[in-house]
Design a protein around this ligand. Structure first.
Ligand SMILES: [Zn+2]
Length: 154
């Protein structure tokens, strides 16, 4: 397990416990080089979930891809790394809970969008614009207008 701060590969485990859904072990580690602590998740059993992409091709499910997308959407927004991790964890849990072997990228996108909307509206619109693959900026602004309309209605 590589330290995410100094890239050192040697760390000691200071705490381990299973995640809520029981599919992984959450480990708190301390880097032996820089002394900083970080958390890792190790899967207990590999859930063979396959992602079906828009063009029909398939690839193994990879939660780090979701996290990358979420991070990108949350750039320069007041969203903590912990909140992003948590969002991705929730999405993964929901996908696992469906007990389906295949999940579409559209479904994943919808789950992420639903949660991002509560977390940060700007991040939500950014994510939606990439994920829904809006054909033109009009569609994007329609979505934005709907979102702002909802805000005004509250
Ligand atoms: Zn380190």
């Amino acid at each position: 397990m590589r330290c995410r701060y100094c890239q050192c590969t040697d760390s000691k485990v200071v705490d381990s416990r299973p995640t809520e859904d029981g599919t992984a072990i959450r480990r708190r580690r301390e880097c032996t080089n820089c002394g900083r602590r970080f958390t890792t998740y190790e899967k207990i059993e590999e859930m063979p979930i396959i992602v079906v992409k828009r063009d029909g091709t398939r690839e193994p499910f990879d939660s780090s891809k979701i996290l990358r997308g979420v991070r990108k959407s949350c750039e320069k927004r007041p969203v903590s790394a912990a909140a992003m991790d948590e969002l991705v964890e929730e999405v993964v849990r929901e996908i696992n809970n469906t007990l389906e072997q295949e999940v579409t990228t559209i479904k994943i996108g919808e789950l992420v969008m639903k949660k991002l909307k509560d977390l940060d509206e700007v991040a939500y619109v950014r994510f939606a614009s990439v994920y829904r693959d809006f054909k033109d900026s009009n569609t994007f602004f329609e979505e934005l207008k709907k979102l702002l309309g909802e805000q005004n209605a509250q």
